[in-house]
Design a protein around this ligand. Structure first.
Ligand SMILES: [Zn+2]
Ligand SMILES: [Zn+2]
Length: 349
């Protein structure tokens, strides 16, 4: 993929600290931390390293370190590639189904005010639904059953969260903290059919993994969707799911763009990719080889996934001789400043 003309980082730098000042009313330290990380990613402010060729000794110029923040669009591309490779190794020689569980739109504002509880419940309820329904030998994942079981588990989980006072209600939702009103608000949710998609994937499970990779390692927006920034207005591309996924353009003010970007931040420590069944983290190393043996396949070489990816891509090869490049020197931000010409300032935010 080609390098996008500009990035979320440029928008953050353009908006600068003035954006934070203008939005003091709602902005929190968690938001500021993400903005700072994105603005500094791969600039001298984070320090850097020098790579050298393992064969001919060719030295590259300084590479600035990346921020590794999981909300940084630039840092997620490498993470997604590593994730995809690891998941591809785990695919079994068996038919797969692609299942998508969707929450009704009425739950949107409750979810925004209670990200940790509602997102967590969505993941748990969908996994439990699949495990329970698939276990029944009378049928295999019929959509009406999946819908009913998923809705039942999700609504029961919401009621439990309410009883344990784990839900926050503010703004338009503030009346919901009264048990009777909450119960009355939940009731119509139970009358509707919830949307569950379940089909064999076109082009096999590899295709679904690619598709998932577009979502699993992205928050809010990827740099490739940004089109222009002019007079404080940001234009970006989006797909209209209500109209056949048509590609459309939207223009909003820089402040509104950053506000929406920050709305998508995940709660601290929230795990957005979870594994269940034979892929559950603690049992995968025992159960995956068993599944392979039962299907007569060669068990995959499971390499431990590094949680701290290297700054430089493992595919970074010497431009002269093609041998791998390795880090030979690490530099702090201060050391970089001492080396570079005094007028170069790369960080504005
Ligand atoms: Zn070389
Ligand atoms: Zn980054």
């Amino acid at each position: 993929m080609s390098r996008p003309p500009f990035e979320v980082a440029d928008l953050v730098r353009t908006a600068g600290t003035a954006f934070i000042e203008r939005n003091r009313r709602w902005i929190r330290w968690t938001h500021i931390k993400v903005l700072l990380a994105i603005a500094r990613c791969r600039t001298a402010a984070l320090g850097g390293h020098i790579d050298e060729c393992t064969r001919c000794g060719h030295r590259a110029t300084i590479s600035y370190n990346s921020c590794r923040n999981r909300h940084c669009p630039k840092c997620q591309t490498g993470a997604r590639e590593r994730w995809l490779q690891a998941r591809q190794r785990e695919l079994l020689p068996s038919p797969y189904l692609h299942v998508v569980f969707t929450l009704p739109p009425q739950l949107a504002s409750l979810a925004l005010q209670n990200k940790k509880v509602v997102y967590g419940l969505l993941l748990r309820a969908s996994a439990e639904t699949l495990l329970e329904v698939a276990r029944n030998p009378r049928h295999f994942l019929p959509i009406p059953v999946l819908r009913r079981v998923f809705r039942g588990k999700f609504v029961a989980g919401l009621k439990r969260a309410f009883q344990h006072q784990q839900l926050n209600f503010s703004g338009d939702l503030s009346l919901l903290d009264q048990p009777k009103i909450f119960a009355a608000w939940l009731r119509p949710l139970f009358r509707k059919d919830w949307i569950v998609y379940c089909k064999p994937p076109f082009g096999g499970p590899e295709y679904v993994l690619q598709y998932l990779g577009r979502y699993t390692h992205r928050v809010a927006i990827s740099n490739h969707r940004l089109i222009s920034l002019a007079n404080g207005q940001v234009t970006f591309g989006w797909r209209d799911s209500a109209h056949n996924h048509e590609q459309k353009l939207m223009t909003v003010s820089l402040d509104e763009f950053l506000r929406r970007f920050l709305l998508h931040l995940l709660p601290k420590g929230f795990v957005r990719i979870r594994h269940f069944g034979f892929l559950a983290n603690r049992r995968r190393s025992t159960l995956l080889p068993l599944c392979c043996a039962a299907l007569g396949a060669v068990p995959p070489q499971t390499e431990p996934e590094t949680s701290t990816p290297r700054e430089s891509s493992p595919l970074w090869l010497c431009p002269n001789c093609g041998a791998p490049m390795i880090v030979v020197e690490r530099l702090t931000a201060a050391q970089i400043q001492l080396r570079s010409p005094p007028l170069r300032d790369t960080v504005a935010a």
